[in-house]
Design a binder for this molecule. Structure first.
Ligand SMILES: Nc1ncnc2c1ncn2[C@@H]1O[C@H](COP(=O)(O)OP(=O)(O)OP(=O)(O)O)[C@@H](O)[C@H]1O
Length: 568
């Protein structure tokens, strides 16, 4: 379906309404599948798809879907491992391009894998050699997996994410070790400080007990050459300190899941762990963690590998659900239009961008029959200023476009014939002179060339030329449109004159019904079919007569009386 630029603007605004409700970037692609089509079968196919799937969307899905993130399995070269293979396997192993390959074990790697009994036994496949490339993205996206599991429960289609999450739990211990590794320095320094405070306290206590009487005791022992007693007294402190050191090391060993001896025994106060020792510890821990991570990852992957294709499908399904959810949110209270032949119509249509709009029913062509209409394809829309004529043209455009997207429309009931082209010509308020007139005329004429099913909506063409000429021009152009079987709604204040020229056209009118208590015009937005819309100068006069003061008021009152007298 082809659109002119102003119709395109409305199409863009509709798409934006859906887009801004979509929480996931990946779901935007689904909107492309709903671009305009005039293929009746395709529209019906989209309607069937939405009718089947929209009811499955429930409120509670929104926060869960917002948590979904893409899970991308990495393809990286891992420098931390060496794969030792036989000569026959060498080329194949190299071709995997996943890590260094050798025929002999070599130094300098955290992990030694081998198909020929030199290290951890592996088969020649990426998932065996580098299972972390699959497991880490899953581990990092646990929130997505949890959301998928909950979504599965809601839509009654159990997710493989449940099983994957259960398996991933085995990684918790080694992941914790990874965290510890990151904070190793801080952990060791904290233990060191704790230990020194403790020793300090012990020494303080000891110096207190060594006062007075005890000192004399020592001197006596010293005189009699009994050094042993003194040594034993001091070594008692030393032992206590050593016991504290061991306790600290046990605590660290337990935390790191590795036997450690990091505090020097040479210098008991203050105890200190050298930077080198921390580095050595880090290297050892890193190596252990790598091996453990590899082994646990491999074990998990062996179990869950068959589930990964289904997981991918489920992620895609989540993107689709998010698209559907946004459509559902946008089209709440809408109906699927009947794909008809012979024009377009709707009952109680609601403008998308007017807050609390008055619902309006309308027909162009013979798809539905309302009192005062008889299948006219050319309609002249007349009526009060600010009555809602432009808004009605926009509403027709919105309903026609949504139908061609395959979406429901904001109305109680609607009928739309698939069209080849839609033209919307807005009133150019600031256009004056021959240039503007010529441009508008050319655009109108262009819309009339070429065959096909067309809807042409024109907002007040005559504003840019003299009324007399306008009747001739518009009249003739509408005759062409009529002959070609196009559908046209044209806003005009020249309804009466045009009607005289065009027997095939219908004239509808939007009317003001009076003034409200604040002297604002009360407008019935529903056009009266086949009835010229009265302009409302007498209401404007009444309004001024009631609002103004003094001399001006007198003048308006006089004019108003003249109106009333002519009505009596
Ligand atoms: N169905 C509706 N319900 C509520 N408000 C409406 C409706 N249709 C139009 N309006 C409001 O009325 C005002 C005038 O609408 P619109 O510009 O469509 O009128 P118009 O007849 O084209 O005016 P003009 O004669 O100035 O061209 C706008 O503020 C619009 O939001």
């Amino acid at each position: 379906m082809k659109l002119n630029s102003e119709a395109k603007e409305i199409y863009k605004a509709i798409k934006n309404e859906i887009k801004r409700r979509i929480q996931l970037r990946e779901s935007l692609a689904y909107l492309e599948k709903f671009s305009l089509t005039n293929n009746r079968e395709e529209i019906l196919r989209r309607q069937r798809y939405l009718k089947e799937n929209l009811p499955k969307i429930s409120e509670e899905l929104k926060p869960l879907l917002s948590k979904i993130r893409p899970i991308r399995f990495r393809r990286e070269y891992l420098h931390d491992r060496l794969l030792v293979v036989s000569e026959e396997e060498f080329e194949k192993a190299k071709a995997l391009n996943i890590c260094d390959v050798s025929l002999e074990p070599e130094e300098g790697y955290d992990l030694l894998l081998s198909t020929v009994d030199y290290g951890i036994d592996v088969e020649l496949s990426i998932s065996e050699i580098a299972p972390e490339l699959y497991i880490m993205p899953l581990w990092e996206n646990r929130e997505t997996l949890k959301a998928l599991a909950s979504i599965g429960r809601i839509i009654n289609s159990p997710s493989v994410a449940e099983e994957i999450l259960a398996e991933l739990r085995r990684l918790e211990k080694v992941a914790k070790r990874g965290e510890i590794l990151e904070n190793l320095d801080e952990i060791v320094r904290r233990e060191e400080q704790r230990l020194n405070t403790k020793i300090e306290e012990m020494l303080k206590k000891f110096s207190l007990t060594l006062s007075g009487k005890e000192l004399l005791e020592f001197l006596k022992e010293l005189k009699s050459g009994n050094y042993q007693a003194i040594f034993s007294h001091f070594s008692q402190v030393e032992n206590e300190i050593l016991r504290e050191i061991r306790k600290s090391e046990e605590r660290l060993s337990k935390l790191l899941n590795l036997d450690v001896e990091v505090f020097s025994r040479d210098n008991l106060y203050p105890v200190e762990v050298s930077a080198e020792t921390v580095e050595l510890l880090r290297t050892e821990l890193e190596k252990e963690t790598k091996v453990e991570m590899y082994l646990v990852s491999r074990e998990i992957l062996r179990k869950i590998k068959p589930l990964l294709p289904k997981l991918k499908e489920e992620l895609q399904r989540a993107y689709e659900l998010e698209f559907l959810r946004a459509v559902k949110e946008f089209t709440e209270g809408f109906v699927f239009p009947e794909i008809a032949s012979g024009g377009m119509a709707f009952i109680n249509g609601r403008h998308l961008f007017i807050e609390n709009p008055q619902p309006v029913s309308y027909v162009v062509g013979n798809v539905a029959s309302f009192d005062g209409t008889s299948g006219e394809r050319i309609v002249i829309l007349t009526g009060a200023n600010s009555g809602g004529k432009t808004s009605l043209l926009e509403l027709i455009t919105q309903i026609v476009l949504l139908t061609h997207m395959g979406l429901p429309v904001p109305a109680e009931k609607a009928w739309v014939e698939p069209l080849d082209e839609l033209f919307f010509f807005r009133r150019k308020r600031s256009s004056y002179g021959a240039g503007a007139f010529e441009t508008a005329l050319k655009a109108f004429a262009r819309a009339l060339t070429k065959e096909g099913k067309k809807l042409i909506l024109i907002d007040e063409f005559e504003a840019i030329t003299e009324p007399g000429a306008a009747v001739k021009i518009i009249g003739e152009l509408l005759k062409v449109a009529h002959e070609k079987g196009f559908y046209v709604v044209i806003v005009s204040h020249l309804g009466e004159d045009l009607k005289r020229e065009l027997s095939f056209a219908r004239v509808d009118g939007i009317e003001a019904e009076g003034l409200d208590e604040n002297l604002n015009l009360i407008v019935d937005r529903q056009p009266k079919f086949g009835k010229l819309g009265k302009s409302t100068p007498e209401l404007i006069v009444e309004r001024l007569a009631k609002k103004k003061r003094g001399k001006e008021k007198e003048i308006f009152e006089r004019v108003w009386r003249a109106f009333k007298e002519s009505q009596d």
